[in-house]
Design a protein around this ligand. Structure first.
Ligand code: NAP
Length: 290
C-alpha cells in the first residue's frame, strides 16, 4: 500500500497561523510586535532571495522585520558592530546573519556574536550547548520542523529506532539531540558509515539529510517505516530529495515529498523562534509573563 504523504505545506501553514496569533498577542501586550533582523553582507543573489522570503513571511505573520545590508568589502568589525547594536536593540527580538558571508569573513565567528536569546537560527555555540544539555533555548529551525512533522503524522518516537543520515551542525547533530530528548534510540550515519543500507533497514523512522539525489532506495527502508527527506537537490528535471520517492513510497508507511515536505517548515520555525525570542526577552526584562 502506498505511503501516506506528510504534507509539510499544510503543517507549516497551520504553524504560521499560530505564530500570527501569538505575534498579535505579544504586540497587544507589549505595545510592539516581535522583530526579526537580517544581516546580509554582499549581494549573493541566492541569499537575496532567501532574505526576501524571510521578510515577506515576517510581514504576513505580523512580525516587524529589519533588512540590514552591508557591502561585500565590509570588515569583521563592521559586521560585529551591527550585531552588537542589534543585540542591544529591544525592537530586534531575533537576528540572522545570512550565510554564506564573503570569503574574507568568518561566518561561524560572526554568528557566535549573536546573543543566544536572539539566535533565531539556533546555530550559535550557546544554543547548541543549551540543546545538548536539555536547557530551554532557541532550536535550529529545520530539525524542529521535522519534529513538528513527526508529531503531526502521529509518529511514536519514545523507544523508536531512528536513523539520521548526515551529521552536520546545521541539521544532523541538532536533529539527533532533539530525537534523544524525545526518548528515541538514535543512530547517526555519515560518509564513513559501514553498510549504510543495512543500518537504515533498522529504522522505524529514517531521516535523510545528505545532499545526494535519491540516494535512499526502497530496499534501504523497513516496510512500514516513516521516511523524512530533508535533502534539496536541484536537477535539470527539477527539485529532488535524498530519497527515491516513488519506490520508497511503496514500502514506507509515511513519507515527506520534495518539494512540499520539510522545506516549508524551516521558515515557519524561524517565525516561531522570533516570537519565542521576543517572549524570552520580555520575561527577562521583568514584564509580566503571558
Ligand atoms: P552537509 O553539511 O553537506 O552534510 C551532509 C552530511 O551527509 C554529512 O554529515 C556527510 O558526512 C553526509 N554524507 C555525505 N555523503 C554521504 C554518503 N555517501 N553516505 C552517508 N552520508 C553521507 O549538508 P546539510 O547542511 O546537513 O544538508 C543536507 C541536505 O539537506 C542538503 O541537501 C541541504 O540542501 C538540505 N537541507 C534542507 C533544508 C530545508 O530547509 N529543507 C535545511 C537544511 C538542509 P560527513 O560528515 O562524513 O562528511
Amino acid at each position: 500500500m502506498p505511503a501516506t504523504i506528510i504534507d509539510g505545506r499544510a503543517v507549516a501553514a497551520r504553524l504560521r497561523e499560530q505564530v500570527k496569533d501569538d505575534a498579535a498577542a505579544f504586540a497587544q501586550q507589549h505595545g510592539r510586535p516581535p522583530g526579526l533582523a537580517t544581516i546580509m553582507v554582499g549581494d549573493d543573489p541566492a541569499s537575496a532571495v532567501y532574505v526576501a522570503g524571510k521578510h515577506k513571511a515576517s510581514g504576513e505573520a505580523g512580525i516587524a522585520s529589519f533588512d540590514h545590508r552591508l557591502p561585500a568589502d565590509a570588515t569583521h568589525d563592521d559586521v560585529a558592530a551591527l550585531i552588537e547594536r542589534l543585540n542591544a536593540d529591544p525592537a530586534c527580538s531575533g537576528m540572522i546573519v545570512q550565510l554564506p558571508v564573503p570569503g574574507h569573513l568568518d561566518g561561524v565567528a560572526l554568528t557566535n556574536l549573536v546573543h543566544p536569546d536572539k539566535d533565531v537560527d539556533g546555530l550559535t555555540v550557546a544554543s547548541a550547548g543549551r540543546l545538548a544539555l536539555g536547557l530551554p533555548g532557541l532550536r535550529p529551525c529545520t530539525p524542529s520542523g521535522v519534529m513538528d512533522l513527526l508529531a503531526d503524522a502521529g509518529t511514536e518516537l519514545e523507544g523508536a529506532e531512528v536513523v539520521v543520515i548526515g551529521r552536520s551542525n546545521l541539521f544532523g547533530k541538532p536533529m539527533a539531540q532533539m530525537l534523544l530528548a524525545a526518548n528515541a534510540t538514535v543512530t547517526v550515519c555519515h560518509s564513513r558509515t559501514k553498510d549504510l543500507p543495512e543500518v537504515c533497514r533498522r529504522a522505524d523512522v529514517l531521516i535523510a539529510a545528505v545532499g545526494r539525489p535519491e540516494m535512499v532506495r526502497a530496499d534501504w527502508v523497513r516496510p512500514g517505516a516513516t521516511v523524512i527527506d530533508v535533502g534539496v537537490n536541484r536537477l535539470e528535471r527539477g527539485l529532488v530529495g535524498d530519497v527515491a520517492f516513488d519506490e520508497v513510497a511503496e514500502v514506507a508507511a509515511a513519507i515527506t515529498p520534495v518539494p512540499g515536505g520539510v522545506g516549508p517548515m524551516t521558515i515557519a520555525g524561524l517565525l516561531r523562534n522570533t516570537v519565542q525570542a521576543a517572549r524570552m526577552q520580555a520575561e527577562a526584562e521583568g514584564a509580566p509573563a503571558r
